[in-house]
Design a protein around this ligand. Structure first.
Ligand SMILES: Cc1cc2nc3c(=O)[nH]c(=O)nc-3n(C[C@H](O)[C@H](O)[C@H](O)COP(=O)(O)OP(=O)(O)OC[C@H]3O[C@@H](n4cnc5c(N)ncnc54)[C@H](O)[C@@H]3O)c2cc1C
Length: 379
């Protein structure tokens, strides 16, 4: 086993950190306060290749290996988890699903535009009354030359800036993934959902009022949306874990900086045992999360990432990001509640992680299923 980064991966990490320090960090507070990521920032990210990070060069992508890409999300999230989330949905869900499951024509049509950032991707799976992939409430009725979509999706991240949505709908053949341009006739965005954390992500419900979709917009095979979910699911959970890792690291460094400066009765609080316990427990958790995330990214590069490892990473990421940010709020004492201090924003962003790509309960269920199956007990 090799636990060291390659020279190239280290070079990429330095480059990402440099970009983030210059372009993301100065805007992080603005993004949260104004609840949007400036278009100019996404343009600069696209010019660096970050919007085609995982795509091969033939589609204008940067063709990063998975470890390097995970480092990109971690570095961006260390400054702004909203920007990392926008990259995640665009890269790991939408463009990766097209790359892995799309036809040659679909790849030609969408991937170069996604890599250059002229089309941003959104992933429309969640519904108001969720009943799982096999009971989708958005219907894709058969029409002469394809389908007609009807129904409502909720929680669509990037909806406000998207040019393309992957929409999961119940077709006559079964649950089906469809590539739907955001300007399709009959597609309407609902009122923006204002969120507790990751406020820069533009999340809307999306209404499909008899939206005509041609047959060649099916991603993968009709009736086999499960294959599309499976193609991207494990890596996507890992990517969210990497974003949580960046958030937890940011929280810890804010707490440590504060503890070094803040004096009580003339003594820095960093000298107090209780504060040292917060710092030590947080450092242990961050380090073990980092190990799991990098290990999974290395497995992904070898085509060996498995669902159990990804769920363990995501469950631990949910817990660590919340716990570390919570301790660092407490380290700030009363200042933790004053919005001028960045720790409040980071806490809200970290708390949002569990709501995305599977809660603790969902991950626990998946992990328990795998462990029980490994012991011969099939549920
Ligand atoms: C910031 C953010 C961005 C998102 N972006 C997207 C996106 O781009 N695309 C998309 O499709 N979705 C997105 N989602 C939706 C997300 O993936 C979940 O589908 C959604 O958060 C679930 O919310 P809900 O209210 O339907 O929860 P519910 O499913 O109603 O769950 C409510 C609670 O019950 C628990 N629970 C539910 N079922 C069980 C069970 N069987 N056993 C035990 N406990 C259970 C849950 O863990 C949770 O605590 C996003 C969510 C958030 C918060």
């Amino acid at each position: 086993m090799n636990f060291a980064f390659t020279e190239e991966q280290q070079m990429f990490r330095d480059m990402f950190a440099d970009f983030v320090a210059k372009e993301v960090e100065p805007l992080a507070e603005h993004i949260s306060e104004h609840e949007e990521i400036p278009k100019a920032l996404l343009k600069k990210a696209a010019m660096q290749g970050f919007l085609g990070a995982l795509l091969p060069e033939e589609y204008g992508g940067a063709a990063l290996d998975m470890v390097s890409y995970i480092l990109l999300l971690e570095e961006v999230a260390k400054s702004d988890m909203s920007t990392a989330m926008v990259l995640h949905v665009h890269n790991d869900l939408v463009s990766r699903a097209i790359l892995l499951c799309g036809s040659a024509e679909q790849k030609e049509q969408w991937l170069p535009a996604m890599a250059e950032g002229s089309v941003i991707g959104a992933w429309a799976f969640a519904e108001p009354d969720p009943a799982g992939l096999t009971n989708l409430q958005v219907m894709a009725r058969a029409a002469d030359d394809g389908y007609v979509l009807h129904g409502t999706k909720t929680w669509v991240s990037n909806a406000g800036i998207a040019g393309l949505m992957v929409v999961f709908a119940q077709a006559p053949e079964g649950p089906t993934a469809l590539l739907v341009p955001a300007d399709a006739a009959g597609l309407k965005l609902g009122q923006r959902d204002k969120t507790l954390g990751m406020r820069g992500v533009q999340i809307h419900p999306v209404y499909f009022n008899d939206v005509a979709v041609p047959a060649d917009a099916v991603l993968g095979r009709p009736g086999d949306a499960q294959a599309v979910m499976a193609a991207v699911g494990d890596f996507s959970r890992l990517a969210m874990a990497a974003i949580a890792l960046g958030g937890a690291e940011h929280a810890l460094s804010l707490g440590v900086d504060f503890a070094k400066e803040r004096k009580q009765f003339g003594v820095e609080i960093a000298r107090k045992g209780a504060i040292q316990a917060y710092i030590a427990d947080s450092a242990v958790e961050v380090e073990t999360l980092r190990s799991q995330v990098y290990r999974c990214a290395s497995l992904a590069d070898q085509g060996l990432l498995d669902g159990l490892s990804a769920s363990i990473a995501k469950l631990w990421a949910n817990r660590v990001s919340y716990q570390v940010a919570n301790r660092m709020i407490q380290t700030h004492g009363g200042y933790g509640y004053i919005l001028d201090y960045a720790i409040g924003r980071v806490f809200r962003d970290c708390r949002t992680v569990e709501g995305i790509e599977g809660s603790n309960r969902t991950q626990q269920a998946a992990i328990a299923r795998s462990v029980l199956a490994a012991h011969g007990f099939v549920m």
